[in-house]
Design a protein around this ligand. Structure first.
Ligand code: 5RP
Length: 284
């Protein structure tokens, strides 16, 4: 189905790290195993390369021709997921369900059929990125403020596949690499009460600011605020308990803790290889 593309993907798979990367100079040397040439590559390009590898591999391994409804996540890694899906010859045979404004644009820009979660609440497969992934494939998501639709689409999907670059894989617990806290979508009028309640359960919460071009907080696609709450490192066996506590707070719409939802995750590694992480929990 992906005629003419496998070579370019395997060309990328052939890139091997020769030296130890040194972030201080922000470049590393890799070898293209097809031409045998050494190439100096910026670390930023390496991250992009690993995102693309993870995304292309996840689509190639998991998207079956009989699937009719596909969930599309949000973020920079999913850009490569939609790019790959957009290369499929049968792309008019299935409908894609977005998880936010950016995701909708990606579906349109790649010539895919756009549907909505209101029409299709049963999804064959969904692909999404993550901010951090622990050893049980629990994830922190919501760095792009799309966590509510992302969780809705993941929940409606028979299979939920996460794609990410090597920086997202935690050696053990959530909160190890991702230091911005757990994103929590809240009803605006409840934000002050929820800040107080989050502190009572050991968190250090802040309302996510809108940035230079927006006075006041970020407003989500659903008209809500995002609170980022730092809980330090969250042991794998405590993620569900923490999620349940936050969800019980009145005014919380959804949390960015995706507990036991993902059963397979594709990581683009720093050496140009791909790791596939699997667990018995989650959806596959
Ligand atoms: C958006 C998300 C994204 O999936 C997450 O932030 C990962 O993004 P990226 O692929 O750009 O690292 O949860 O709300």
């Amino acid at each position: 189905m992906l005629s003419g593309l496998s070579r370019s993907l395997s060309l990328q798979k052939g890139l091997k790290i020769l030296g130890t990367s040194r972030s201080i100079i922000n470049t590393t040397v890799i070898r293209n195993s097809y031409t045998n040439n050494k190439i100096k590559i910026k670390m930023a390009d390496l991250v992009e390369q690993s995102k693309k590898l993870a995304a292309y591999s996840a689509v190639d391994d998991n998207l079956q021709p009989e699937y009719k409804v596909i969930g599309i996540g949000s973020g920079s890694t999913v850009v490569y997921v939609t790019e790959r899906i957009g290369q499929l010859e049968n792309k008019q045979n299935f409908t894609c369900i977005p998880t936010g404004f950016q995701s909708k644009q990606l579906i349109i820009d790649n010539g895919l059929k756009l549907g909505s979660i209101e029409e299709f609440s049963e999804i064959d497969i969904a692909f999404d990125g993550a901010d951090e992934i622990d050893t049980s494939l629990n994830c922190i998501k919501g760095g792009g403020a799309c966590l509510l639709q992302e969780k809705l689409v993941a929940d409606c999907s028979k299979r939920f596949i996460v794609v990410a670059d090597y920086r997202k894989k935690s050696p053990e617990m959530l909160g190890h690499a991702w230091k911005k806290g757990v994103p929590i979508e809240v009803v605006p009028s409840a934000y002050n009460k929820i800040l107080r309640e989050l502190k009572l359960v050991g968190g250090n919460p802040t309302v996510r600011p809108g940035g230079a071009a927006k006075a006041g907080p970020v407003i989500t696609d659903n008209g809500n605020f995002i609170i980022d709450c730092d809980f330090g490192e969250i042991p794998v066996n405590k993620v569900k308990e923490l999620n349940d506590k936050i969800k019980a707070m009145v005014g919380v719409v959804e949390t960015g803790l995706f507990v036991g939802m993902c059963k397979r995750c594709y990581i683009g590694e720093v050496d140009g290889s791909i790791s596939t992480l699997k667990t018995n929990a989650g959806k596959l």
